[in-house]
Design a protein around this ligand. Structure first.
Ligand code: HEM
Length: 410
């Protein structure tokens, strides 16, 4: 990839850098500056070039622009990947539907997935998550501290999604490596993205073939027997959907759980308030929504297929647009005191899970994992602080959240 990337940002409206360490650590000041400036939709040439909307209304409008904006060409990731590293071009089909597809493929793949993520359909994962969270805490509670990102947040979503898909949970460490190389390190090193993407596809191709021979009671088997509009799902589509669930289900939720722990470790009043709150109190629901809003982890992207004029920006065919759901969630026109975490915020129409046809299919699962992870943690570790605040590291770009975060208990 071209590397004009590391020179200092001179003008945020024309030269923002989503991989700038300051932006990754705290992107809110950059969004505010852009939103309040002359061009609330900023542009950069970095990382292959992109547009960055910062107003809620603009992000909502852009999310509705189908087919003017595409998720399939060349995919919804936030950097422009050179053609030789792009999966659809290589394989001739979509590798992560529905997220990297446009209608009609997006419509029928989404339809096949949604019934498996209703509150009822994820009930077995709730029981599983409760046991898992206790076991994880059992493993470190007597040490007086842990890494809240590595030992807790990161351990939960890979196991939960492995449980749902019906794949070997003892492979979790590998899943974590694969997904980090696709969604985190692979963004700036496209050869890693492709290599680890190939591993995930290869793994699920074998799993799908096994289910054809020996059906089990799991999601992969369910997808193997799913008919949409009278047609069975082809194997390569199922492989792509499983790939997406592993990738979309892991980094995102571990980032949200990690950011929530970071918030409570650094905000004593909020921590004490939640520790004193009964688990049936509605404050838990509003707090989880507020944490999702304030620390929204996921930025997606679209490619312009037809010229679009929006709020002073002229988007041309082939341009990349970052779907800045996190920035939209800090727009003061929609959220009062947007940069403050208000645990009992009442009006909270956040779009952390996206908006429009691609809105997150796994939001029930994600919310449940956050709820169980936080309630279990608070029940057993009501008092905690960061051990080394300056040594916390964050990942960013496509999915933002803490990656190293030492915590002291008591
Ligand atoms: C806190 C955790 C999560 C957040 C913030 C999140 C966020 C998002 C966002 C913003 C989108 C929209 C993508 C776009 O517009 O291009 C999306 C789509 C999607 N998410 Fe999530 N997600 C989370 C967890 C999960 C989980 C646990 C799963 C389960 C497998 C999941 C599965 C999906 C799928 C399948 C789509 C694609 C839907 C479509 O294209 O029709 N997500 N997610």
């Amino acid at each position: 990839m071209a590397d004009a990337e590391r020179c200092p940002v001179e003008n945020i409206a024309t030269d923002y850098d989503i991989f700038d360490p300051d932006y990754i650590k705290d992107p809110v000041p950059a969004w505010t500056e852009i939103r309040e400036g002359q061009c609330p939709i900023a542009h950069t040439e970095r990382w292959g070039g992109s547009w960055l909307p910062t107003r809620y209304e603009d992000v909502q409008d852009l999310a509705k622009m189908v087919p003017e904006l595409s998720s399939a060409n060349p995919g919804p990731i936030v950097v422009n990947v050179p053609e030789e590293f792009r999966r659809p071009e290589r394989e001739g089909h979509n590798g992560a539907a529905p997220i990297s597809a446009d209608p009609p493929e997006q419509t029928w793949t989404r339809k096949a997935l949604l019934p498996h993520f209703t509150p009822k359909a994820i009930a077995p994962q709730r029981t599983y998550s409760e046991t898992l969270c206790h076991e994880l805490i059992d493993g470190f509670i007597d040490n007086g501290g842990c890494d809240g990102a590595v030992n807790y947040a990161q351990q939960i979503p890979p196991r939960v999604i492995a449980h749902k898909l019906g794949v070997d949970e003892s492979m979790v460490d590998e899943f974590i490596i694969w997904v980090r190389n696709v969604l985190e390190l692979g963004l700036t090193q496209p050869e890693l993205r492709l290599k680890y993407g190939d591993m995930i596809h290869g793994f699920f191709a074998v799993e799908v073939a096994k289910r054809r021979q020996n059906p089990k009671d799991d999601l992969i088997t369910a997808l193997c027997t799913t008919e949409v509009d009278g047609q069975m799902l082809p194997d390569h589509v199922i492989v792509g959907m499983c790939n997406l669930q592993l990738v979309a289900g892991i980094d995102t939720t571990w980032s949200s759980i990690g950011s929530a722990l970071w918030h409570f470790a650094t905000h004593e009043e909020d921590r004490r308030r939640m520790a004193a709150t009964d688990h049936n109190d509605p404050l838990w629901d509003s707090a989880i929504e507020e944490l999702l809003r304030a620390y929204s982890p996921v930025t997606m992207a679209r490619t312009v297929m037809e010229p679009v004029e929006i709020n002073g920006a002229s988007l041309q065919v082939g341009d990349k647009v970052l779907m800045n759901f996190p920035g939209a969630n800090h727009d003061p026109e929609v959220f009062e005191n947007p940069d403050q975490v208000i645990l009992d915020r009442q009006r909270n129409r956040h779009i952390a899970f996206g908006s429009g046809i691609h809105r997150c299919a796994g939001s029930n699962l994600a919310r449940m994992e956050m709820e169980v992870a936080l309630k279990t943690w608070f029940a057993r570790i009501p008092e905690f602080t960061l051990a080394n605040p300056d040594e916390v590291t964050w990942a960013g770009g496509q999915v933002r959240g803490p990656r190293i975060m030492a915590i002291n208990f008591g």
